[in-house]
Design a protein around this ligand. Sequence first.
Ligand SMILES: [Zn+2]
Length: 289
Amino acid sequence: MKFQDFTKMQLLFQTKSLGNGIYVIQDVVGVEMYLIEGDKKALLIDTGIGIGNLKDVVEKITNKPIMVYLTHGHVDHAGGIYNFDKVWVAEQDIDLLQKHAKVEFRLDFASAYISELKDIEDIRNHMSYHNHIKLLTVCCEDQIELGNRKLQVIDLKGHTQGSIGFYDEKTKTLFAGDACNNSTFLFLEEATSVSEYKETLLQLKEKWMEKVEHFIICHEYIEIPTSVVDDVINCCDMVIEGRASGLEFIIPYVPFQNGRSYWAANGAEHREKIDGRIGNLIYDMDKIS
Ligand SMILES: [Zn+2]
């Protein structure tokens, strides 16, 4: 996306129907959010970085009352909360969210990801912020009723302490946030150890993965194969057993660099592993067990 497009305010969000009452919304930094419609309500999963008015976009798709839930508290998922009056998030991620949803933090992060970004004040004018939002906490056994459609909240702790996913019974779809993907970030200070994360994935596999037919993520891809869970469990084992690739991971956003981040599996340059499987993991060498 070019800066010129961005300033025209036409392409701050792109939306697409995935069928069965599910819509994907992509924001200006390329993060995907999802809207799921039931008969009575709609669920918005995540809010992007908060540049432009997401509420307007959502209300063009549905006229049902919207409930907003966050997969976790990171800047690119929680930055847009101020478009809404209330938002649900796991309690363990509230401190993280309050840091990451600040305007200066969001501006700084956006600058690293939108290379054409030149006029910071212009961007600031398109950012939502006010102090009256109500934060509500979500628990891992919660169910979200939308009317003839129910989503189950699932604990996906690892990427952050409060990472959660949402399972849509109607379409057998798991909305996994950033919890498990082709470049799972497990090196930030808010992440768990690799061993603890592996336990989360084993629980996910045991309780849910026989049912899940569609595995939906928020970066680079929309849907990836459900085998990603086995791939990343395998990555955890590689790290724990000292068989990881040794390839250093460099992230363009300086505050997230820690000098101790490595890819679990080989093939990191194009994020396609040489074994042809999709799941991969980036870990902190000081936080393995
Ligand atoms: Zn994240």
